[in-house]
Design a protein. Structure first.
Lengths: 284, 434
C-alpha cells in the first residue's frame, strides 16, 4: 500500500520570541523542526507499511531548506521524499497551500501510484488552523477523518477503514471507504529512531524536487500570496495576567486551616466546581 | 548493518574528524562519518579562535564562505588581582592583512559549514548516531564500529577516532585509560550580545577587527587556570577554566568563578548592557605531551582532543585538531594508494608525519609545563598580586620618593615569595619552557 504523509517544516515554537516593540515574530536564528503533529502521522504511516507492505512517501511544500526536514523523515524510515518548492508558493495561506499540495498529490499518484491513504498532522504549530488537511481532502474528493486517535481496522481488500476519532462529546468510531485523508491527533504513538540503514539511506537519498510547473500547476494565480485571501492584519503577544500567585500568611495557622482557605478561594472563583464535588461526595 | 564497506569510518564531526574526513573524501576514498549531535557543531564548544594556517592547508580558500566573526588584530594579556590588572597589549595594523591569521568564530556555525564541505567532498555523514564500541576481528584488529541505532554496525579498513576530549569510545574499547582529573580543565563560557557599534567602540575596533583578552590571576582563586574575553561581530564570548582536580580540592564552582570574573571592575564595563543568550561548558585536555595516549594501533588512529592534542600555554587546540585530522587522513590515503593494510606498523607513519609538524614539536617543548603549573600554583595567586601592587606603588603619586618606592616594591616581592623562592621559580620556569 502506498501511503503519503504531508508534513511541514516549522520554527521550533519553544524557542520563538515576539519582538517587544514591533510585535513581529523573531524568526532569526530559530531552529526549524518537523511540525510535531506530523510526526504522529508519519509514525502511523510507517506502522501500516511495516504491517501491510508498500511504501511511504513524505511530501512538503516550502523553501529549499525544507529538504532538511524531509531528509529527517527519511532517517525515520520513509521511503521517498518530495519537496514542492517554487517562489510562486511564497505567502500561501491554507487555501493556496491545499491547492498546491492537492496538485502535488495528483502528480504523486501518476508517478508513484495512487495512495489509498493520505496522512497529515492534526494541525501545524505555527498556523494552528487545522484547515490544510480537510482542504486537500475536499479538493481531491477523499473521505476525511480528522482528529484520529487510533486506526482500529484497515481492510485494503474491502477498501474500508475504521478509526477512533476524538470529538468534544467523547470518542466516535467511524468507518469509511478508501481513499481517505486522515489527520492524526497527538500523543497516539512515538516516532521511531530509525535504523542505521535508514540513516545511511537517508543521507544519500535524492529528494524529489518539483516546481509548480513540475507538479502540473498552470493556474499560478491560485498559488502563493496571489491565491491567498487571508490577510494577517496584526500579530501581538498576549498580555500576561497580572496576578499569578497569591501569598497566604502562614503564621500561627495549621496546614488544615490553610488548605480550607485555599479551597474556599478556588470555589469562590469557580462555583460549578463546588457543586460537582458535592455531588461526587454524595455518590451521585 | 550497513552492507557497504568503507575505506574509513570517522567518529565525530568536530575540527579533527572533519579534517580527516575531508582529506580522505577529497582523494576519492569512501568515508562514513558518525556524529552523536543533532548536527555538526551542536555539541561542540570552544572559546573560540580559529587559526587560519591549519585550515588553509585543508581548504585554501575557506575565507570565501566560512562563517568568520572578526579577525584578531589585538592580543591583550592581563595579570589580575581583585581590583586591577597589569596588561601587556599587542596591537598591529599588520594583522589587517589580505589573509588574516586568526579569527574569532562561533563553533555551532563554523562546524556546520566545515561539515558541508566534507559532504560536498563525498563523505557520508550520519548525525544523532553515537558510536558505542569498536568491532574487532579475532586477531584484535579494529574492523568497524557499533552504533546505538538498530542494526547499528558498519565496517571499514580503518577507524579514525575524533571523538573529543572524553574519548568514551576509546576508553570503552581499552585503547586508553580514563581521563585523570589533573590533566583536564573544565571551562565555562557565556555569549553576551551587544550591537556591533557598541563592541567596536568599547574595544577600539573598526569593521571586522577583533580583540582577544587572555587573563590570569586572582580570578581563578589560586587554582591553575585562565579566563578569556573574545569579540565576535555582535557578541562577546567570556569564559574561565581551571584544572578539574583544583576545582575538586577548592570546592569552588566554575559558574561562581565566571560570575566573579564578570563582576570584576575591569570586565564589567565591557559587558554593560549586554544580554547573555547562551552558556556552555566543556572539558579541555591540558595534560600535554606526557598525558598523550597511544595514537594508533591495528585499524585505528586517534586525532584531536581525544589524543590530548592541545597546547595549553598558547591556548591552541582546534589547529592541532585540524592538523592531526589532516595528517591522519593523508596517512590513510597514502596507505590506500600503496595498497597496504592499516596495520599498527603501517599506521606508525601517522606519528612519524606528526613529528615533523609543529604539533609534536610544540607539545614536546612544553611537556614539563603542565606539571610545573600543577606544582607551583602560587604562579596564579601570589605573582599577580605582587605585580599589580608594584604597579600601583609605582604609578601612585603620593609624595614618597622614587627610590623608596623601588625599595618598597622589591621588599614586597621578597616577603611575598622570598629570594630563594623567586630565583627557584625563575629557574624552574626557564627549564620547563626550554
Amino acid at each position: 500500500m502506498h501511503i503519503v504523509v504531508c508534513m511541514k517544516q516549522v520554527p521550533d515554537s519553544a524557542q520563538i520570541r515576539v519582538h517587544p516593540v514591533t510585535n513581529t515574530i523573531m524568526r532569526q536564528g530559530v531552529p526549524t523542526i518537523i511540525n510535531p503533529y506530523d510526526l504522529f502521522a508519519l509514525e502511523e504511516a510507517l506502522r501500516l507499511r511495516d504491517r501491510l507492505g508498500g511504501e511511504v512517501t513524505v511530501l512538503t511544500m516550502g523553501p529549499p531548506m525544507a529538504e532538511e526536514s524531509l531528509r529527517k523523515a527519511l532517517t525515520f524510515g520513509a521511503d521517498r521524499a518530495v519537496l514542492l518548492t517554487d517562489r510562486a508558493f511564497a505567502g500561501s495561506d491554507t487555501l493556496a497551500t491545499s491547492f498546491a499540495l492537492a496538485a502535488a498529490l495528483n502528480k504523486i499518484s501518476q508517478e508513484f501510484g495512487e495512495p489509498p491513504i493520505v496522512f497529515t498532522g492534526k494541525q501545524t504549530i505555527d498556523g494552528d488552523t487545522a484547515q490544510v488537511g480537510p482542504g486537500i481532502a475536499k479538493r481531491l474528493g477523499l473521505n476525511q477523518l480528522t482528529y484520529v486517535a487510533r486506526i482500529a481496522d484497515l481492510d485494503p481488500a474491502a477498501g474500508t477503514i475504521t478509526v477512533e476519532r476524538r470529538a468534544e462529546g467523547g470518542l466516535q468510531v467511524l468507518q469509511t471507504r478508501l481513499p481517505v485523508l486522515i489527520t492524526m491527533l497527538e500523543g497516539v504513538n512515538e516516532i521511531r529512531r530509525g535504523s542505521l540503514d535508514d540513516a545511511y539511506r537517508a543521507a544519500r537519498a535524492q529528494v524529489v524536487r518539483w516546481s509548480a510547473a513540475d507538479a502540473g500547476i498552470t493556474e499560478l494565480a491560485r498559488c502563493g500570496l496571489k491565491g491567498s485571501p487571508t490577510i494577517v492584519k496584526k500579530v501581538f503577544a498576549p498580555q500576561g495576567r497580572a496576578e499569578k500567585v497569591r501569598q497566604v500568611p502562614t503564621a500561627d495557622r495549621s496546614a488544615d486551616e490553610l488548605a480550607i482557605d485555599v479551597i474556599a478561594a478556588i470555589f469562590r472563583t469557580q462555583p460549578p466546581l463546588e457543586d460537582d464535588l458535592l455531588r461526587f461526595a454524595a455518590g451521585q | 548493518m550497513i552492507r557497504d564497506k568503507f575505506d574509513a569510518i570517522v567518529v565525530g564531526a568536530g575540527p579533527s574528524g572533519n579534517a580527516a574526513a575531508y582529506t580522505m573524501a577529497k582523494q576519492g576514498l569512501k568515508v562514513l562519518q558518525l556524529e552523536r549531535g543533532e548536527y555538526p557543531g551542536s555539541k561542540n564548544v570552544q572559546g573560540a579562535i580559529l587559526y587560519a594556517d591549519a585550515l588553509e592547508k585543508i581548504i585554501p580558500d575557506f575565507r570565501e564562505d566560512a562563517p568568520l566573526e572578526r579577525h584578531v588584530i589585538e592580543q591583550r594579556l592581563w595579570t589580575m588581582d581583585d581590583t586591577s590588572y597589569v596588561g601587556m597589549h599587542y596591537r598591529s595594523d599588520d594583522f589587517n592583512e589580505e589573509k588574516p591569521n586568526r579569527y574569532t568564530i562561533i563553533r555551532a556555525q563554523f562546524d556546520r559549514w566545515f561539515s558541508g564541505k566534507v559532504r560536498e567532498a563525498g563523505a557520508v555523514l550520519l548525525c544523532e548516531t553515537t558510536v558505542t564500541e569498536l568491532l574487532r576481528d579475532p586477531q584484535g584488529r579494529v574492523i568497524g564500529v557499533r552504533t546505538d541505532r538498530d542494526g547499528g554496525t558498519a565496517f571499514a579498513d580503518v577507524v579514525i577516532l575524533g571523538e573529543g576530549v572524553n574519548g568514551l569510545v576509546g576508553q570503552r574499547s581499552g585503547l586508553r585509560p580514563e581521563l585523570k582529573p589533573d590533566t583536564v580543565a573544565l571551562a565555562v563560557k557565556e555569549m553576551h550580545f551587544l550591537p556591533r557599534e557598541v563592541i567596536e567602540s568599547r574595544f577600539n575596533l573598526a569593521g571586522n577587527e577583533g580583540v582577544v583578552i587572555e587573563a590570569m590571576g586572582t580570578i581563578t582563586d589560586g587554582m591553575t587556570g585562565t579566563g578569556f574575553i573574545y569579540t565576535n561581530q555582535e557578541s562577546i564570548s567570556i569564559g574561565i577554566g581551571c584544572i578539574v582536580s583544583d576545582f575538586a580540592e577548592s570546592g569552588r564552582t566554575p559558574y561562581g568563578l565566571l560570575e566573579a570574573f564578570k563582576r570584576h571592575p575591569s570586565v564589567r564595563p565591557l559587558l554593560e548592557g549586554s544580554e547573555c543568550k547562551e552558556y556552555a561548558a566543556h572539558l579541555i585536555p591540558e595534560g600535554g605531551y606526557n598525558a598523550m595516549p597511544e595514537l594508533f594501533g591495528d585499524g585505528w588512529i586517534v586525532v584531536g582532543d581525544a589524543g590530548q592534542f592541545v597546547n595549553a600555554v598558547h591556548r591552541e587546540g582546534s589547529n592541532l585538531a585540524m592538523t592531526t585530522g589532516r595528517v591522519a587522513g593523508e596517512t590513510v590515503v597514502w596507505l590506500k594508494r600503496r595498497r597496504e593494510m592499516a596495520t599498527k606498523a603501517n599506521l606508525a607513519e601517522y606519528q612519524r608525519r606528526l613529528e615533523e609538524t609543529f604539533v609534536m614539536k610544540d607539545l614536546r617543548k612544553y611537556r614539563r609545563i603542565p606539571d610545573f603549573l600543577h606544582r607551583n600554583k602560587h604562579i596564579f595567586g601570589v605573582y599577580p598580586k605582587l605585580l599589580t601592587a608594584a604597579a600601583q606603588t609605582w604609578f601612585r603619586v603620593d609624595g614618597v620618593d622614587k627610590r623608596a618606592k623601588e625599595k618598597q616594591i622589591f621588599q614586597s616581592f621578597r616577603s611575598g615569595r622570598t629570594l630563594p623562592g623567586l630565583i627557584g621559580d625563575a629557574l624552574k620556569l626557564a627549564r620547563s619552557w626550554r
